[in-house]
Design a protein around this ligand. Structure first.
Ligand code: MTE
Ligand code: MO
Length: 380
């Protein structure tokens, strides 16, 4: 793909990597509202961006299904064939806030990491598409009883140890069968045609799971007994607890990351800002939980985690099971000098965040979900 495409679709991201192209959402855009504008939504790629002609495009569904099928985009978009859904879904890369794991434990695990994400590898959009569950039922006559996983193969290729692979990962069948809104085959993002960078003409959107399972440029789906054998499924997005020790980092010792845990971030102010105030410091940020858990409560501490102030909930009238909540608070502050602020979120399953980065630091530096901490200089 060319730089023209980056300029056209992503004129203003914070660049993380030029090739494969990776960029994160700017702070001001993160805080603009519930929905992230398409052109500001972060991008995470493992390889190039394939150029796929809509008219020639076909999705093949095979493996442990009653009937294998090939569907054109026209078939998929035909409301007489498949019911459509529009769902507000937050996509979060499991690398979000990785920079905290890197800076607090330099040299451990970060040598293999090429994407040092901050707080902006997250975004929310209204996705329109057809539920995979319905497509499997209506077009394929259902999956066979042995089916346990659905593999998604993207048209982009990716080089690993001198071999070329297509991007391929899988999700459990029980996730797909849960409810229609859980796994979509989407062609529209915030009412606009899906941008190339985000997987045009068709992508998978898996609500509540790490972004890596939401395969872009999907052209084949296989119903399988085992998880995908693609290296992204078997060798990446694995969680290695710190207690394993570096010598034990083998693929078989890591577990596959699926659902995103509850996490949050302070977006304004920023680390090391000097704040001149008369008794209150205003903060804002995002809070999100995966697996269909919504954000119930956000708390902010001005003293590193002793005293906590509850954030006044915003937009609690409409529960978005799969979307983040932005939050704002003015915290009373008397002290002057350096203060450590932190945020902690509770979700609808009473899950909350680990206190420190070290609690959940892991060898591949995924899912940084500990209380986000920033130091501010307070001038009263
Ligand atoms: N799908 C394909 N085909 N190739 C990829 O490299 N990256 C995944 C996922 N789907 C990827 C992919 C990862 S790791 C993330 S976080 C999300 O796409 C990011 O989606 P976005 O680029 O639309 O924001
Ligand atoms: Mo990701």
């Amino acid at each position: 793909y060319s730089w023209e495409l980056v300029q056209k679709e992503k004129p203003d991201l914070i660049h993380i990597l030029d090739f494969p192209y990776n960029g994160e959402t700017r702070r001001d855009q993160l805080m603009r509202g519930k929905l992230t504008e398409n052109k500001y939504h972060f991008v995470r790629n493992h390889g190039g961006v394939p150029d796929i002609e809509e008219d020639a495009y076909e999705l093949e569904i095979a493996g442990l299904v009653k009937h294998r099928v090939k569907l054109s985009l026209k078939d998929l978009k035909d409301p007489n064939k498949f019911p459509q859904e529009e769902v507000t879904i937050t996509l979060q890369c499991s690398g979000t806030r990785r920079i905290e794991q890197i800076t607090q434990y330099p040299g451990d695990g970060d040598e293999l990491i090429n994407a040092p994400w901050s707080e902006g590898a997250i975004g929310t959009a209204v996705w329109r598409g057809v539920p995979l569950k319905k497509v499997l039922k209506l077009a394929c006559g259902g999956v066979l009883p042995e089916c346990r996983h659905l593999e998604f193969i993207g048209a982009d290729t990716y080089v690993k140890k001198n071999n070329i692979y297509n991007y391929a990962v899988s999700v459990p069948w029980r996730k797909v069968r849960q409810a229609s809104e859980e796994v979509l085959l989407a062609w529209e993002m915030n009412g606009e045609p899906l941008p190339k960078m985000h997987g045009a003409p068709l992508r998978v959107v898996v609500a509540g799971y790490i972004g890596a399972r939401s395969v872009k440029w999907v052209y084949r789906i296989n119903a399988l007994q085992d998880p995908s054998w693609g290296p992204v499924q078997r060798q990446e997005y694995l969680y290695y607890t710190p207690q394993l020790g570096k010598q034990n980092i083998k693929f078989s010792n890591g577990f596959s990351i699926g659902q995103m845990p509850v996490s949050s971030a302070i977006i304004y102010p920023q680390e090391k800002d000097v704040i001149i105030h008369d008794g209150k410091i205003a903060l804002q940020g995002w809070a999100y939980s995966g697996g269909g858990n919504w954000v119930e409560r956000v708390e902010v501490s001005p003293d590193g985690g002793t005293v906590w102030y509850a954030v006044q909930p915003e937009d609690m009238t409409e529960k978005h099971y799969h979307a983040w909540r932005l939050w704002k608070i003015a915290v009373p502050v008397e002290a002057e000098g350096w203060l450590e602020f932190c945020v902690r979120t509770w979700d609808s399953s009473c899950n909350t965040e680990p206190t420190f980065v070290r609690d959940t630091w892991n060898w591949e530096l995924h899912v940084t979900s500990s209380c986000h901490r920033i130091k501010l200089y307070s001038v009263n």
